[in-house]
Design a protein around this ligand. Structure first.
Ligand code: 9MR
Length: 501
């Protein structure tokens, strides 16, 4: 294991931290929320499904319907960031593969049956398989849209480094039309999105569209890229999608490099021409730089412990600093975009020291900032929730790994009002949810709180700050959900769910 260049990292974080003293706080209106068709604020809690899509000839994830059932039974999730591949959608220029979309729709129906919200994510890493002859690295773009101009691409041990290879850089430069030679590529991408939206506009389980996974600007980086061709791609895609789909939420990501480490994004505000309030979502990822460099969340927050860096400070301290930076900068960007936040990816090798504490930390941070989250990823690869499939037997059910217990926790699936605070205390297994009445007739239906099986027989106990007799809590044992009707004449409510005594 090579040693990370700690002094350089320290300098970057200090410089960036210092220059960000002016970053704005969350807006006075507080965070914004994605709402369901009853006007309730929803918390998205789930997985990316799946990394296996990238290399699959049909571009389908490894899952069967029974695996979606296991996921709901064992973790009560309500969200999936479902990977799409442009190569499968538009195998030849202007020709869309309807069989591919049928296969996507079939999987969407597995989730729909279990009340999930599906986000369709146009995934790419390293542009596409066509950046090398062997096709072992890169996924997303079709071969016909890949122009390396014969420049070399060498495979690297750390996959992200392949972004810097000349042929990869050139492929992106052509897509963003920095070269001025391939303006048709972005046209195709935008039309492909319109086609997807047209297909899924009337499918209520499809919550929205993530326009591009982890954008990379090639030779254009930072604000030049985010305010330039990236914003152009977003504007054009939003316009095209709205021609056929007025209601879905459109998720936009910042440039990945740097922003995934916690640095600020320059993504500009994007108008939404839909009828009604805008439905743009800010959907960044987090992969703290020390982790990219092979460090773990082991050690303790006081600087002691394993650390592996051998420089007196635990890598956890550095990771916590990255998370703080990320949080502050994400709030500032979401504020500028006037958009709710969904953390589209966070994840790590579940066997690394402190891994489950890191996941807990990110669940807490997303609760604090009112953001949804999708763990990377639901795969059978050591990062995901499953240790593998059971041997033998007809069903070959998935076997839970350590992540299952961490993801399986109480959370408010839908809040019938304006969320004020959500806090889960792991040691006492107590969830506190407070929210304000909206008073504008925009919300119908109960607040819904998911509660796991372990420690909560019969749903555990629920209390409300509303006076007795003015509110009700119904336990739906099938869905493992509390349905709470609050007293509409009160301005604020606080619900507390805890294990039964
Ligand atoms: O975990 C994935 C790894 O196995 C692949 O080699 C790599 C390249 O396709 O992608 C990894 O997944 C990444 C995701 O596609 C984008 N965000 C970061 C993820 C973790 O590195």
């Amino acid at each position: 294991m090579k040693r990370p260049p700690w002094p350089v990292l320290a300098l970057v974080l200090v410089l960036v931290g210092g220059s960000l003293a002016v970053v704005t706080r969350p807006s006075p209106e507080g965070p914004r929320y994605i709402t369901d068709d009853q006007g309730r604020a929803i918390t998205l809690h789930g997985f990316n499904t799946a990394g296996s899509t990238k290399g699959d000839p049909d571009a389908m994830p490894w899952i069967e319907e029974q695996d979606v059932e296991s996921e709901y039974e064992q973790m009560g999730t309500n969200f999936v960031r479902f990977l799409l591949q442009w190569r499968a959608l538009e195998p030849e220029p202007g020709e869309y593969d309807e069989e591919y979309l049928d296969a996507v729709a079939e999987r969407v129906s597995w989730y729909a049956e279990r009340d999930y919200h599906v986000l369709l994510d146009m995934h790419q890493d390293l542009w596409g398989q066509g950046i090398t002859e062997a096709g072992r690295v890169g996924n997303g773009a079709p071969e016909w849209g890949t122009h390396t101009d014969g420049l070399p691409v060498e495979e690297q041990e750390q996959w992200e480094l392949v972004y810097l290879e000349p042929g990869t850089m050139r492929s992106f430069d052509h897509f963003w039309n920095t070269t001025g030679e391939h303006p048709e590529l972005m046209d195709h991408y935008v039309r492909a999105w319109r086609h997807v939206a047209d297909r899924f506009a009337d499918e209520p389980a499809v919550l929205g569209y993530d326009l591009m996974n982890e954008p990379w600007g090639g030779t254009l980086q930072g604000p030049d890229f985010e305010k330039g061709p990236l914003a152009e791609l977003y504007r054009r895609s939003i316009t095209a999608i709205r021609e056929v789909d007025n209601d879905s939420w459109i998720f936009v990501e910042p440039q990945a490099v740097g922003i995934n480490w916690g640095l600020p994004s320059a993504l500009p505000h994007l108008d939404d021409p839909r009828e009604g309030k805008p439905r743009i979502v800010y959907a960044p990822h987090i992969y703290p730089l020390p982790m990219d460099m092979g460090e773990s969340y082991g050690g303790d927050e006081n600087g002691g412990g394993d650390g592996r860096s051998g420089r007196g400070e635990s890598s956890r301290v550095w990771i916590d600093r990255s998370i703080s930076l990320w949080r502050r900068n994400v709030l500032a960007t979401a504020d500028r975009l006037e958009a709710p936040i969904v953390l589209g990816e966070f994840g790590l090798d579940t066997s690394s020291p402190g891994a489950m504490e890191y996941v807990e930390r990110m669940l807490a941070v997303t609760d604090e900032i009112g953001a949804g989250r999708a763990y990377w990823s639901n795969d059978l690869d050591g990062w995901g929730p499953w240790a593998g499939r059971a041997d033998g037997g007809e069903e070959r059910a998935v076997v839970p790994g350590p992540l299952v217990d961490v993801m399986n926790r109480p959370y408010p699936r839908a809040i019938a009002g304006e969320p004020l605070a959500v806090h889960y205390d792991r040691p006492t297994q107590t969830l506190t949810v407070s929210f304000a009445e909206k008073n504008d007739g925009s919300v119908t239906g109960p607040t819904e709180i998911y509660v796991p099986e372990g420690g909560f027989p019969g749903g555990g106990s629920i209390t409300s700050s509303d006076p007795e007799g003015s509110w009700s809590g119904e336990w739906d044992a099938d869905r493992r959900v509390w349905e709470v009707e609050s007293a509409p004449y009160l301005q604020e409510h606080e619900l507390v769910v805890s294990p039964a005594n």
